[in-house]
Design a protein around this ligand. Structure first.
Ligand code: HGY
Ligand code: MN
Ligand code: MN
Length: 418
């Protein structure tokens, strides 16, 4: 393969930022960035990204769980593919970099190779997943799970808050028929690389633009439905109440206490609902979510039992019923040492020595490839470590450095396969 001239980080940064801004304008909540899985805005974003993939010389398909798959064959059409990508769905009122950066940067790399008429010794497959945040349905990472060959067909019957099943939402989206659990018909994979914002404070605190991910911490998600007895706020004496909300509040604080007390564990209650709540009614039913994580699976599994016990103790003391269900989990996942070395060399050649290694507190599509394909993540600095917020920010210069690092890693891998 004749040498490919690596574009300047400044040039790459400008191109990537322009596309992130275009994607950021696609939302279901004007004035905010909200693009949930299989929503109208996800559909519009997928159409825009598909166009970018085609313009970059890729052929594009949509898989049965609405992942966009762009392929750019190598000089040897039968050679395995290197997979790159991330996600284009968002949380509610999100930032414009989370997920989208990994997709836009990967497309930019293929666009540059195609414009230069270059083919690598392996193919490139760019993946734009749509269900990384897992905000609409209980479980998450369904897109990368399908590509990685670990899709659980049972989740097709999961319902969102409106009672719409995944299956129905996929049909509405226009996803093609097909069994997402079937082995992926794509090329055999060399590995999976994902560029993502750090969403934490480490790189900024150490004044570093990029960092190498060592592992992604494991996660357990759950939901708890607390059932007490509704009553009139004015007539039921305090000692006779079975207030579902105050019971849930005590449970929430118990979960927080376990998170605070346990080394290496984080625990979050992100949602709490009082269905049909009213100012003058003692809540009879309350539902809340649970999300807790650790780099050490034993710590997280132990926390599952301790959290269950703490919730049951409050329920007993307050004479309410607590229906706790753990709805999703993924174990801690190690990045591949070989790909980490490749990325480290690319980062050192692009920006700085020595490179910072750090674990990922956030979950990512990359973890779906554990045990299936070698994977590696590159982080880029987040201003004040903020994410899942409109305050999320990464500078154009850092976008360029990170994209150049990823590009260099791809070219270095190509040299090893030449
Ligand atoms: O939940 C997560 O860690 C990711 O942002 N979806
Ligand atoms: Mn993300
Ligand atoms: Mn996210």
């Amino acid at each position: 393969m004749s040498a490919v001239t690596l574009p300047s980080p400044a040039d790459l940064g400008a191109a990537v930022l322009a596309r992130l801004d275009e994607l950021a304008a696609i939302t279901d909540e004007p004035g905010k960035i909200t693009r949930l899985y299989l929503s109208k805005s996800h559909r519009r974003a997928a159409t825009l990204v598909e166009g970018w993939m085609r313009d970059a010389g890729m052929s594009v398909t949509l898989d049965p769980v609405a992942t966009l798959i762009g392929t750019y064959p190598g000089s040897d059409p039968d050679a395995p593919h290197l997979l790159l990508g991330s996600h284009i769905d968002s949380v509610r009122d999100a930032g414009k970099f989370d997920g989208t950066l990994g997709v836009v940067a990967a497309i930019e790399i293929v666009r540059r190779l195609n414009a230069a008429g270059k083919r690598l010794p392996f193919g490139l497959t760019v993946l734009a997943f749509g269900d990384e945040e897992g905000v609409r349905f209980p479980s998450t990472l369904s897109g990368s799970a399908a590509v990685a060959g670990r899709f659980n067909g049972a989740i097709l019957d999961e319902k969102d808050e409106e009672g719409i099943t995944r299956r129905a939402a996929l049909a509405e989206f226009g996803a093609p028929e097909g069994d997402p659990a079937a082995p992926w018909q794509g090329q055999s994979g060399l590995g999976y690389l994902e560029l993502h914002i750090e969403q934490g404070p480490v790189l900024e605190a150490e004044n570093r633009p990029v960092g190498l991910v060592t592992a992604i911490q494991g996660v357990t998600r759950g939901s708890c439905r607390v059932i007490g007895s509704a009553g009139h706020a004015g007539t039921v004496p305090m000692p006779l109440r079975r207030d579902a909300l105050t019971a849930a509040a005590e449970m929430v604080l118990a979960v927080e206490r376990i998170g605070r007390e346990t080394e290496g564990l984080v625990a979050t209650i992100g949602q709490l609902r009082v269905p049909g709540g009213a100012v003058n009614t003692i809540p009879g039913v309350v539902e809340f979510s649970l999300d807790f994580r650790s780099e050490i699976d034993a710590v997280r599994k132990d926390a599952e039992a301790r959290i269950r016990k703490a919730i049951e103790a409050v329920a007993l003391a307050r004479k309410v019923e607590a229906r706790l269900a753990y709805t999703y989990e993924a174990p801690a996942s190690e990045c591949d040492p070989g790909l980490r070395l490749l990325m480290a060399e690319a980062a050192e050649a692009t920006v700085q020595k020595p490179i910072r290694l750090l674990a990922s507190g956030a979950g990512h599509d990359a973890m779906s490839f554990r045990g299936k394909l070698p994977f590696m993540m590159l982080f880029v600095r987040s201003k004040a470590g903020i994410s899942h917020s409109p305050e999320e920010f990464t500078s154009e210069a850092d976008l360029g450095i990170a994209t150049a690092t990823l590009f260099r890693a791809v070219l270095d891998l190509a040299k090893k396969h030449a």
